[in-house]
Structures are given as C-alpha cells and as structure tokens.
Design a protein around this ligand. Structure first.
Ligand code: CTP
Length: 407
C-alpha cells in the first residue's frame, strides 16, 4: 500500500512517564498499515526522545509550530488525519485541549482535526479525580471526543490507584474500531450504562479442583470494547478470563456462578442494557470439600452430587417489569437444531434478544471469529456472517440501541 492510501493517524504524546508505552501503541499502528505522525509535546521529549518516534513512525517529528512553517503543519496535520489519539494524555494536555489553547503543534492539531479524537489519560489518582480535570474530561466528551477511563493499578512511585495508562493493545483496539466505523464516531451509546458478563464460571469441588467450561471470554470482551467505542459506560463482569482489561471498561472479576449473579445484579440496577455473554455453569457440586479429595487404594471414588445454580439471565428478564426500557440479551451455545433450540430458549428465558451460535469442541470457544443469528422477542432473525467477534458485538449493540431509542 502506498503511504497516501494508508489511514492517517496522529499520535499525540504528552509528558508523562507512560510515554514509553506509546512506543508499543505506535508499533501496533504502523504494523497494521497506518501512516502515523507522532506529535509529542515538549515535555514528552524529556521522557522519550525524538529519534525513537521518528524511527518507529518513519515520519518527521516536530513539537512546535515554528518548524517547517512553509508546509503549514499546525493546520495540515490535523486536517488530514483520519484519527487523532493522545496517549498518554496528561492533566495539562486535557486542560489545554478542553480550553482550546493552541500553544504547540499538538494543541493546534487538536483544534484543526475533524476526525475522531481519542484521549488516553494517565496521571496520579488525585489529579484524575480533581474537579478541574473531571470538568475538562466532561467538556471533551460533550464535544464528541473519546476519553478512555484510566486503568487501576500501580502508578509511578509506590502508590496504586486509578490513573494508569490502559494496556497499549487495548488503546489500539479502541482506535481500530473508531477507524473501522468511519469519520463519525458512532457514539450512539453515549450516556448509557451497559453491563456485559464474559468468560466461564468455575464451580469448586475442593481447594484445587473445579467444574468449568471452555469459554475464553473473547466475545464478551469484544462487546465491552465496542460499547466503550460507542460511548457507553461499561461494567464488565469477567469470570476466569486471562485477557487484558478492555480500555475504559470497569472490570469486576468473579469466579463462580453465585459470585457472577451478585456482581451482575448489582451492576444491572441502573443499567440500560445487560448482555449475558458468560458461560454460566448450570450446576455446582452440592458439597465443597475443605481439604483436597484424596484417592484411596481399592476404593471407587464418591459420585459428585450437583445442585442447580441460579439462572441469572432468567432472573434479569424477570426484573424487566420493574425496569422499563432495560434491554436484556442472552447468548445460547447450541450443538444441534440451533434455531429451534434458540427460539425455545428465548421464550423460556424471557429476554429481549438471544444470540445463538453453534459450538463444538473446536468451534467458537476461544476462536477469534464467530458466526451467529440474533433472535428478537419480536420474531426478528438477524444472521451475522462469519467474521470477527467485534462485528457480532456491533450487530448486538445496533439492535440494543434501536430498542433503547424506541422504548
Ligand atoms: N445463563 C445464566 N445463568 C445460568 C446459565 C446460563 O444467566 N445459570 C445465561 C448465559 O449467560 C447465556 C444464556 O443463559 O446468556 C444461555 O445459556 P445456556 O447455557 O445456553 O442455556 P441453558 O439454560 O443452560 O439451556 P440448556 O441447558 O438447555 O442448553
């Protein structure tokens, strides 16, 4: 591909210790076929120098408005961009962007860009929570920018808290989704709270063994990621997954079906939509052995008695009378009679939408791609062709948005 055919991305880098993580974001963007122009602030260059950005991007790097003036870069870079992502975005950069200052190349670029703009803030918790920063973030979001929630974890120095730059791979996913959806960032879930469950529950038999399933959590994570890109506040209840936290989602880790039920019902209290993508165990061992179950010579093992777990999806659907307008979505993994079983399950569970996919030992579980039919309680049937799990996720959100706007 010729450079001119590649989507143009501006990577703004501001002066925080997390600037080194932007190198990984830059690498992912260039390797996936984007033409990236890095625009660091002056203080960003104290953390990572100009040669690194130039070598990794293959493009010239400037920070001020007085270099290459004949090319009018302070206007052109922003005008020509398909996406601007600022990572890390410091409190100072957020403030300058919110107030429309134009004292360096990055802030000029932000004023001239008409494409989607993403900020990935990173700072100490106190700075993130300060009312000044909160108001600046609200201003930027109101104007249509995507401001990713910082992650919680270890910060510079000894402290931990909210303010970490999300995983660069996850910032990349947010960018990729925005570019795929075109110039208008489809922020049709802005102002909505959505809850997604993902992964597979584990029901312990003893301290070392459990009954589990093959769910990787990928479909649920794709749902969370796409909902963030569409502007939603996202709570992701994650059962036993090993995937990086989707940037911007509030992740609640759980283990068992009972823990998942508690976390989902709590988050669902003020939710506009709940999507149950998790594989929830229908049964759990009736008895939990406090010590490891030992084999005994000459003795057959004790049979494992099981009891039913609560059906979270049916419970959520049952609460719908008290929560008018809340959309409840279920998933069904079927091995045969896929559509007939799906219809029957939709009716039995009482949810608004049911995503039915065919599974087998080497189909769907853990795979990057998926193929499904989305069934509606209104009788609708939407086939989603084989493709990335994010494409299926976007079809689900399209339907959810339609129902929310109609209701
Ligand atoms: N689910 C749930 N709580 C359970 C079991 C399942 O909330 N205890 C949800 C899943 O998250 C999924 C949907 O129900 O959204 C369908 O799950 P599935 O296991 O396919 O349905 P079952 O009720 O187990 O039906 P069957 O045993 O007939 O396959």
């Amino acid at each position: 591909m010729d450079r001119s055919d590649k989507p143009r991305v501006v990577l703004g880098v501001s002066g925080g210790i997390a600037a080194y993580k932007a190198c990984e974001l830059l690498r992912r963007l260039t390797e996936s076929g984007h033409d990236v122009r890095v625009v660091p602030t002056g203080s960003a260059l104290k953390f990572v120098g100009e040669p690194t950005w130039a070598a990794l991007s293959g493009n010239p790097v400037t920070t001020g408005v007085w270099e290459d003036v004949h090319e009018v870069p302070h206007v052109r870079i922003g005008q020509e961009a398909d996406l601007v992502v600022v990572a890390p975005a410091t409190a100072d950069t957020l403030a300058r962007a919110a107030h429309g200052l134009a004292d360096d190349l990055l802030t000029n670029t932000l004023l001239t860009a008409r494409c989607p703009v993403v900020f990935a803030p990173a700072m100490h918790t106190e700075m993130w929570e300060h009312p000044a920063t909160a108001e600046n973030v609200a201003t930027l979001r109101r104007r249509g920018a995507v401001v990713i929630e910082p992650a919680v974890g270890r910060l510079t120095g000894k402290d931990t808290g909210k303010g970490r730059l999300p995983d660069p791979g996850e910032i990349f996913e947010v960018c990729r989704r925005l570019l795929a959806r075109g110039a208008a960032p489809g922020r049709d879930l802005a102002g909505r709270h959505v809850v997604v469950s993902a992964g597979g529950t584990r029901e312990p038999l003893d301290p070392v063994r459990f009954l589990g399933n093959r769910s990787s959590g990928r479909q649920g994570y794709a749902l969370a990621r796409t909902a963030v890109a569409r502007g939603a506040r996202v709570t992701l209840v994650a059962a036993n997954t090993s995937l990086p936290d989707p940037a911007g989602a509030d992740v609640v880790p759980v283990g068992t079906a009972v823990q998942l039920r508690e976390a989902v019902l709590k988050a669902a209290e003020d939710a506009d939509a709940v999507v149950m993508a998790a594989a929830v165990a229908d049964f759990r061992p009736a008895r939990y052995a406090q010590g490891k179950i030992k084999k005994r010579d000459g003795q057959e093992p004790e049979p494992v008695a099981l009891v039913r777990n609560p059906d979270v999806l049916a419970e959520l659907a049952g609460l719908s009378a008290a929560r008018p307008g809340q959309v409840v979505v279920g998933f069904a993994a079927e091995t045969d009679d896929v559509l007939a079983n799906g219809r029957a399950k939709l009716a039995r569970k009482g949810c608004d939408l049911l995503v039915v996919n065919e599974v087998g030992e080497d189909r769907t579980f853990g795979a990057e791609e998926n193929e499904a039919v989305v069934l509606g309680a209104d009788g609708s049937e939407t086939p989603v062709p084989h493709g990335p799990k994010e494409a299926l996720a976007d079809t689900v959100w399209d339907k959810v948005v339609h129902m929310l706007n109609a209701g």
